[in-house]
Write a protein that binds this ligand. Structure first.
Ligand SMILES: Cc1cc2nc3c(=O)[nH]c(=O)nc-3n(C[C@H](O)[C@H](O)[C@H](O)COP(=O)(O)O)c2cc1C
Length: 347
């Protein structure tokens, strides 16, 4: 997006009414290429990975690159983290100038480097500061501001209801809740009973998040929790059709037939998106990562993973992946929902 052209914004809440299945931000994963790919496969709203508001102050090239997107990704949110109200407000203004449809604030990151400074999930322990940060951001931009939180810092300090009230009072547009405490990290299960309770007690729109690994679960979590939308993260890495299928199920329609469960074709599209936005070296890493995740639960996947990680050349990686995915056809993916999978991240 160039800063000169006037973007035609799509309001993220409006988008949820048509499609409540949102791609959860994942650092190193939901980059420009992956967001474009997921939008084609029916993800509703998408969000960048967390971007440092301080990095924006320094106009660091790496930071600015994290904020790049194109028109096909709308509605797109730029996620910021930081603890200083003024720096966060200026960061929000830069996100707005970049053409983002909304700014999301990360209050869920459990990573020590981030919480040590009082940012990420640490802000859930300091609601007066959270209030300052959010009100200065809301006052500084015209686009909506949303937040993403955990249920609380630890089990006996689960204050998501208070955070939602604060958010509502300062004019935040929605609260997305990853159903774990900061202390839990990625262990155990996301507590959807708690998410439902927060939804029932809150006036602000709520998006539930955590452990949605199948399209059926996406629809049942949405309906049972009463949430206004759900965020799906790791589930999209094991099953790239999760959004398309969840949307069809939610609408009561047949599953999308144009996809024809064509996993090789789908992987080819991802390959094109990655190559368009990444260096040879990064392409190599990303292709291998996604190929190995997408292969989860299919017969022969561990041998496939071993062989693909030995390949150096991107065309060889692609052709190995296409051979494997071409052989999947109608084979069912085994349920691996109880296996540990990517047990760490920034939210
Ligand atoms: C590798 C990885 C990176 C993540 N990065 C972010 C991030 O940048 N910002 C954020 O708010 N959450 C981040 N998260 C958290 C996810 O958005 C989500 O809350 C969490 O994975 C639980 O949802 P899931 O079970 O659907 O994956 C990350 C998670 C993972 C696994």
């Amino acid at each position: 997006m160039s800063a000169q052209s006037t973007p035609i914004h799509i309001h993220p809440l409006e988008a949820l009414k048509k499609n409540p299945f949102v791609l959860a931000p994942m650092a190193g994963i939901t980059d420009h290429a992956f967001r474009s790919f997921m939008k084609k496969l029916d993800a509703s709203v998408v969000v960048t990975e967390l971007v440092s508001a301080t990095g924006i102050e320094y106009k660091s090239q790496r930071t600015m690159a994290l904020m790049s997107f194109d028109e096909t990704q709308r509605p797109i949110g730029i996620q910021l983290f930081g603890e200083d109200p003024e720096i966060m407000a200026r960061g929000a203004q830069v996100a707005e100038a970049q053409g983002a449809d909304f700014v999301d604030v990360n209050f869920g990151c459990p990573v020590p480097k981030v919480v040590k400074k009082g940012a990420g999930s640490a802000m859930m322990k300091d609601l007066p500061l959270m209030e300052k940060v959010l009100s200065s951001m809301v006052k500084s931009v015209k686009i909506p501001v949303t937040i993403k939180i955990r249920t609380g810092w630890e089990q006996n300090a689960r204050n998501a209801v208070d955070v939602c009230k604060l958010a509502h009072d300062v004019g935040i547009t929605w609260v997305a809740i990853h159903g774990r405490t900061r202390a839990a990290g990625y262990s155990g299960h996301a507590d959807w009973d708690f998410i439902s309770e927060v939804k029932a007690k809150s006036k602000i729109p709520i998006l539930g998040n955590g452990d949605i690994l199948t399209p059926q679960k996406a629809v049942s979590r949405l309906k049972e929790s009463g949430c206004d939308g759900v965020l799906i993260g790791r589930g999209a890495l094991k099953n790239p059709l999760i959004f398309a299928d969840a949307l069809s199920l939610w609408k009561g329609e047949e599953l999308r037939t144009d996809l024809k469960r064509n996993y090789a074709g789908i992987f080819k599209e991802l390959n094109e998106a990655i190559r368009a936005h990444s260096s040879e070296h990064i392409t190599n890493i990303q292709l291998k990562k996604f190929a190995s995740w997408f292969s989860t639960g299919y017969e022969g996947s561990s041998a496939f993973r071993k062989s693909i990680f030995q390949l150096k050349n991107n065309d060889e990686v692609l052709s190995c992946a296409l051979d494997f995915f071409g052989s999947i056809g109608d084979i069912e993916q085994a349920d691996t929902s109880e296996d540990n999978f990517l047990m760490g991240g920034h939210g």
